[in-house]
Design a protein around this ligand. Structure first.
Ligand code: NAD
Length: 473
């Protein structure tokens, strides 16, 4: 059963106004979801605020066990959930299944973290008091998620919020709301008390989010999406000095040094470029390859990309699905077209196919270091390669961006790879690997890629306030 109503205070709430959700592989309508108006936005906030005092006091073990149960249900229902993700997002089933398993892990990880929030007890150096440090849930949190990982971006926020004892209002992207509603259904069945998680789908998003951020009951904003919208929300959050976590855009460099194993680098590039059809904030966006190995790398990457089977997400054996919408697909096509006008050379793909689906084919290009495509987050299956003369040039070009989420480095020498990693202005570096995202590791960016860290030991602290209590003994 596909859930399509709002989830407020533990109940499914229909509305008269509906909004279509499309399958981007053929533009058919999957279903129409309820649109939240002011009344429903207010009801969600009311429910979250009312549930908070009791939920904050629920024993951490009990909160953790609800998350653990939700993890188990997600794993048991992984295939159905993956089909839903694939249908509303366009990504192929194997990517969708991978996302569901990754998403479920956030519930398991934070079910374990819920009971490991440590405080401190210390003697003040002056000897006049004891220093006690404790952590308390920050309160009602607004969670806003993007369309590219509709399951994982929801659980990466809901998991730590619930573990910390916060209540939340989740606002998923309007392209992919069905997965978040399905996850709310799972949490409901796992025994989450009413009002702890509420899901609303207002459109347009802006006025509803502003309404929430202006309300003094909202204490925290956790946003994943574009840097452009993130900056707007940071400005709004500043008015009430609301705590924020920002997971924003990326423009990841993928560096191949002259001593790298090229077959391994190509295998890593295929993952870093094609996972999720390239629509990942962690997607390799700019390949900086040493002159000595550039021809071999481009030839082998072109060959590997040429074997990729592009088809609608649920087709047997499909490896590359549709983009989330025709609009997003056309953005990819426009970036490639203008890059070619600036001298970019296409070795594979480079033209959008005819037909109703939002498809763009695997594409490999070589460009000069000043080509404008290197400044943009491509969000599609387009590998753009630049040849470099030295490690220093690779580092300089890789860091020449306002973004700083993740970098990839391939080298045969670990000391050399670590030297380059330490020079990267990014929150994460992958050495000789095409994917490093892990619920147990801190995920987040430098520069305009964001503020704060999700996952790992940090994730729960995005939903906790630190309190110092000084006491004379
Ligand atoms: P987006 O910024 O357009 O939308 C993200 C969310 O914000 C959606 O729910 C949307 O409805 C909402 N939104 C849009 N305008 C708003 C407004 N004015 N006020 C309040 N909310 C608003 O991003 P997207 O296109 O859905 O997602 C793609 C972007 O997300 C890419 O830039 C990608 O890099 C980024 N992303 C980052 C991470 C990360 O962890 N750093 C992870 C996944 C995606």
């Amino acid at each position: 059963m596909i859930r399509s109503d709002l989830y407020i205070n533990g109940e499914w709430v229909p509305t008269a106004k509906r909004h279509p959700v499309y399958d981007p592989s053929d533009n058919s309508v999957i279903t129409e979801i309820a649109v939240a108006g002011d009344k429903e936005v207010d009801a969600a906030l009311e429910a979250a605020a009312a549930a908070f005092p009791t939920f904050a006091k629920m024993p951490a073990r009990a909160r953790g066990e609800i998350l653990r149960k939700a993890f188990e249900i997600m794993i048991a229902e992984a295939d159905d959930l993956a089909r839903l993700v694939s249908r509303e997002n366009g990504k192929v089933f194997s990517d969708a299944k991978g996302e569901i398993l990754y998403a479920a892990e956030f519930f398991r990880w934070f079910s374990e973290e819920a009971v490991r929030v440590n405080g401190e007890f210390r003697h003040a150096p002056s000897g006049d008091k004891r220093i006690l440090v404790t952590h308390q849930p920050v309160g009602v949190s607004l969670l806003i998620t993007p369309w590219n990982f509709p399951a994982a971006m929801a659980t990466r926020k809901i998991g730590p919020a619930v573990a910390a004892g916060c209540t939340v209002i989740v606002k998923p992207a309007m392209e992919t709301p069905l997965t978040t509603l399905a996850i709310a259904d799972i949490l409901h069945r796992a025994g989450l008390p009413a009002g702890v998680v509420n899901v609303i789908t207002p459109t347009p998003a802006g006025p509803a989010v502003t309404r929430l951020l202006e309300d003094p009951r909202v204490k925290n904003l956790s946003f994943t999406g574009s840097t452009q919208v993130g900056k707007l929300l940071l400005k709004q959050a500043a008015d009430r000095v609301i705590r924020t976590s920002m997971e924003l855009g990326g423009n990841a460099p993928f560096i191949v040094l002259d001593d790298a194993n090229i077959d391994d680098a190509v295998a890593g590039a295929m993952l870093a470029k094609l996972r999720n059809g390239g629509a990942a904030c962690t997607a390799a966006n700019r390949f900086y390859v040493s002159k000595k190995v550039a021809k071999e790398f481009v030839d082998k990457l072109t060959e590997a990309m040429s074997k990729i089977k592009m088809a609608s997400g649920l087709t047997e054996g499909a490896q590359l699905g549709a983009s989330v919408s025709i609009k997003e697909r056309d953005k990819i096509a426009d970036l490639v077209d203008s890059s070619v006008k600036q001298g970019g050379k296409v070795t594979l793909g480079g033209a959008k196919p005819t037909g109703d689906g939002a498809f763009y084919p695997p594409t490999v290009m070589t460009v000069a270091a000043d080509n404008d495509i290197l400044k943009e987050e491509i969000f599609g299956p387009v590998a753009v390669v630049v040849t470099v003369d030295s490690d220093e040039e690779a580092i300089r070009l890789a860091n020449d961006t306002d973004y700083g989420l993740i970098s990839y480095v391939y080298s045969g020498a670990l000391d050399r790879a670590i030297r380059v990693s330490e020079a990267m202005e990014s929150g994460m570096v992958a050495i000789n690997r095409g994917v490093i995202s892990d619920p147990a590791a801190p995920f987040g960016g430098y520069k305009e890629s964001g503020l704060g860290r999700e996952g790992g030991f940090d994730g729960i602290h995005e939903f906790l306030e630190k309190k110092y209590i000084g006491v004379t003994i």
